[in-house]
Design a protein around this ligand. Structure first.
Ligand code: CP
Ligand code: NVA
Length: 324
């Protein structure tokens, strides 16, 4: 007999560790199949609506979710910052209850992680974090897909992140990287390193997968022989007032040709974009032969289609993705 389908429980994706290592791998396998168009899966045909809320600006996340929901047979509803009652006239809980009566998936880019948790507690459809102050887990699915494509695997590879190591991307690289069995090295200045609970969660996950965690102020230690080199803006959304201070604070953590020269000779370079050439990354690196940043950007689409299809299926709200 065929194996029994897993019991349906409402599933959300608020932080990278919401997927177990096996589940993350399933989503990435599905993303690779969907990208190769080995099959078409339309769990949102009807069409059902997917709502994508933005409290911060976006190019990639907006377009990849809009295109992805449409590709899954659904209809995207994009809501720009300040366009709804949410956050001033109406509670998150009531918003979650109302939206769950009307849409099949809720995607939200916001500030506080606690808001996403509250939305998920009161929603009866999957809630997806499209970036918060603390995590950017959808970006990491795209990054891991890109690593798989260029390196054939994630397990056992060394991934070095340099720069603002206290931001959402650093946290997500740590958690999603070890979930994928990677050795994740995070380097930034003292005071701008990941918080202890995030490091502890990553270390716990690493013991399950054979990955490891190194947090350091020494950029050279992080870069030495790395297979994958990554960075992010030094000025995240909401930190614009600190621009000048941050531009000098992180200067020693810039990824330039000399830095790439200390990584593995066949290392690849990733950046979630938008990028600031001449600050966190030199133009010769991001525009050079080791850079895979546009594959990475495209992979937002494929990874999120797979994620939404997987969440809907595992929540008992759609049929199994063929080939999953
Ligand atoms: N990388 C990323 O999330 O880009 P946007 O801010 O343009 O969505
Ligand atoms: N750390 C950046 C990521 C942008 C995709 C920010 O939060 O602005």
């Amino acid at each position: 007999p065929a194996p029994a389908a897993p019991a349906a429980t409402l599933r959300h994706f608020l932080v990278d560790t919401d997927l177990t290592p096996a589940e993350q791998s399933e989503v990435l396998d599905l993303a690779q199949s969907m990208k190769a168009e080995r099959f078409r899966h339309r769990p949102l045909a009807g069409p059902q609506t997917g709502i994508v809320f933005f409290d911060k600006t976006s190019t990639r996340t907006r377009v990849s979710f809009a295109a992805g929901i449409a590709d899954l047979g659904g209809q995207p509803l994009i809501v720009n910052p300040g366009e709804t009652q949410l956050g001033h006239k109406e509670s998150i809980a009531d918003t979650a209850r109302v939206l769950s009566r009307m849409v099949s998936v809720i995607v939200w880019r916001t500030f506080a992680q606690s808001g996403l948790q509250e939305m998920a507690e009161h929603a009866t459809v999957p809630v997806v974090n499209a970036l918060s102050d603390d995590y950017h887990p959808c970006q990491l699915l795209a990054d891991l897909l890109t690593v798989r494509e260029h390196k054939g695997r994630t397990e056992g590879l060394v991934m070095a992140y340099l720069g603002d190591a206290a931001n959402n991307m650093a946290n997500s690289y740590l958690l999603a990287g070890v979930t994928a069995g990677m050795h994740v090295r995070i380097a930034g200045p003292a005071g701008y390193l990941p918080q202890a609970p995030v490091v502890a969660a990553a270390e716990a996950r690493a013991t399950e997968t054979g990955g490891s965690v190194l947090v350091t102020t020494d950029a050279a230690q992080a870069l030495d022989g790395a297979d994958v080199v990554v960075t992010d803006t030094w000025i995240s959304m909401g930190q614009e007032d600190e621009k000048e201070a941050r531009q000098s604070l992180f200067r020693d953590y810039a990824v330039d040709a000399a830095a790439m020269g200390t990584a593995a000779p066949d290392a690849i370079f990733l950046h979630c974009l938008p990028a600031y050439r001449g600050f966190e990354v030199a133009a010769e690196v991001i525009d050079g032969p080791q850079s895979v940043v546009f594959d990475e950007a495209e992979n937002r689409l494929h990874a999120q289609k797979a994620l939404m299809a997987w969440l809907l299926y595992r929540s008992g709200l759609a049929t199994a993705p063929d080939g999953a």
